[in-house]
Design a protein around this ligand. Structure first.
Ligand SMILES: NC(=O)c1ccc[n+]([C@@H]2O[C@H](COP(=O)([O-])OP(=O)(O)OC[C@H]3O[C@@H](n4cnc5c(N)ncnc54)[C@H](O)[C@@H]3O)[C@@H](O)[C@H]2O)c1
Length: 350
């Protein structure tokens, strides 16, 4: 197999700490990958104003197979200009329209629901990643006065909705999942989510072996807590996906163990971006407290995408062993620091 280039952006806060461990894992696996470390994030922005230069973006687009990102967000940059340029430069710039977030519990003891085990928590959320309220359309009028108005437009295109829904069904077909839920708020958002509702059932006709179920997003939150075992694949818009996947992370043991991929799902040959779901967690930064497992599982997703699915299974199995042995960080019930928790997983790699 030809060597593949991976752009690595550790980012801010705990990002560099967990990505350092992810890089150790990648080096340990000895795959035909070249890592390209990029100095981008709050420090660089505060030093010289650089956010996401065009030449970097062009090289990633033309030469890299994947981007591995830590997290972005730093209290010294309150408006998050650098984070927006980098994160949206990747997601929007490379049209990575599907944000894929597995919600899979790796250990019974991490499932916070009464009488539920890890068997009950195993589904994947497909979050639309290039539209919705995240496009930043809108404005403020009469700012700071008693009459002020603040508007954020929610953008939903037929193309954007259809391709995300299709990505969910294609995933279900490939992985033998029998149900796809679509979560919207079409009872309140009569225009935007009528489109989601209609397109969902149109696309569903192309997948006769898969049951298509509509659910309002508020009811979805209820089901996720009452009985997550009924969920297999969920497709939803950008905002709802952002929110329900943090609830999903809680079901699997917290943000320290939640991974994600950002892909142009209809063309896997395009560069894709992989990041733990968590942010830069400023209060944890520099204290050797961050859980590296989210980044390890994210590396697993990246390797499966690049054609090494057996490596993803190995990484997951090693994480399960470390978690079951209690060889992990405090957020998931252990006592180890970031590096020691990573050592434990690496020791279990077979
Ligand atoms: N994609 C991204 O880069 C991304 C995503 C979310 C938030 N952010 C940014 O991160 C900053 C902090 O945001 P936040 O506090 O809302 O979310 P966060 O994910 O950074 O932290 C939320 C909670 O989860 C815990 N946590 C997160 N990751 C952990 C890990 N690896 N190990 C152990 N515990 C972990 C934190 O201690 C905190 O209690 C903000 O600037 C925000 O904009 C960035």
């Amino acid at each position: 197999m030809a060597r593949k280039l991976i752009a690595v952006i550790p980012g801010d806060g705990i990002g560099p700490e967990v990505i350092a461990q992810a890089v150790r894992l990648l080096e340990r696996l000895s795959l035909p990958l070249d890592l390209w470390q990029l100095d981008l994030g709050a420090d660089r922005y505060l030093k010289d104003g650089t956010t996401f230069p065009k030449e970097v973006s062009d090289r990633i687009r033309n030469e890299a197979s994947a981007v591995l990102l830590g997290a972005l967000g730093d209290p010294r940059v309150p408006k998050l200009e650098h984070a927006r340029d980098i994160l949206f430069g990747l997601r929007f710039g490379f049209d990575l329209y599907a944000n894929v977030r597995p919600v899979k519990a790796l250990s019974d003891r991490l499932v916070p629901l009464k009488n539920r085990t890890k068997k009950d928590v195993d589904f994947v959320v497909f979050r639309e990643n290039t539209e919705g309220i995240y496009v930043g359309m809108g404005g403020q009028f009469k700012h700071g006065t008693p009459d002020e108005i603040a508007i954020n437009e929610d953008v939903n295109t037929r193309k954007g909705v259809e391709r995300l829904i299709r990505a969910g069904f294609e995933f279900a077909k490939r992985h033998g999942k029998k149900t796809v839920h679509m979560a919207d708020k079409s009872n309140a958002m009569a225009h935007a989510h009528e489109l989601w509702h209609r397109v969902f059932f149109e696309v569903a006709k192309e997948y006769p072996g898969i049951q298509a179920k509509h659910v309002y997003v508020d009811a979805l939150c209820l089901y996720m807590v009452q009985d997550p075992s009924q969920l297999k694949v969920i497709v939803t818009c950008n905002l709802f996906g952002d929110i329900v996947t943090d609830l999903g992370a809680a079901l699997q043991g917290g943000l320290g163990v939640a991974s994600s991929a950002n892909v142009h799902a209809s063309d896997p040959a395009r560069v894709a971006m992989f990041e733990p779901v968590h942010g830069s967690a400023p209060p944890l930064a520099g204290k050797d407290l961050a859980n590296p497992i989210a980044s390890f599982l994210t590396v697993g997703m990246m390797l499966a995408h690049l054609g090494f699915p057996e490596e993803e299974a190995r990484i997951e199995a090693a994480c399960v062993k470390a978690l079951d042995a209690g060889e992990c960080t405090k957020d998931v019930g252990g006592t180890l620091g970031t590096r020691a928790a990573a050592d434990a997983v690496l020791a279990h790699l077979r």
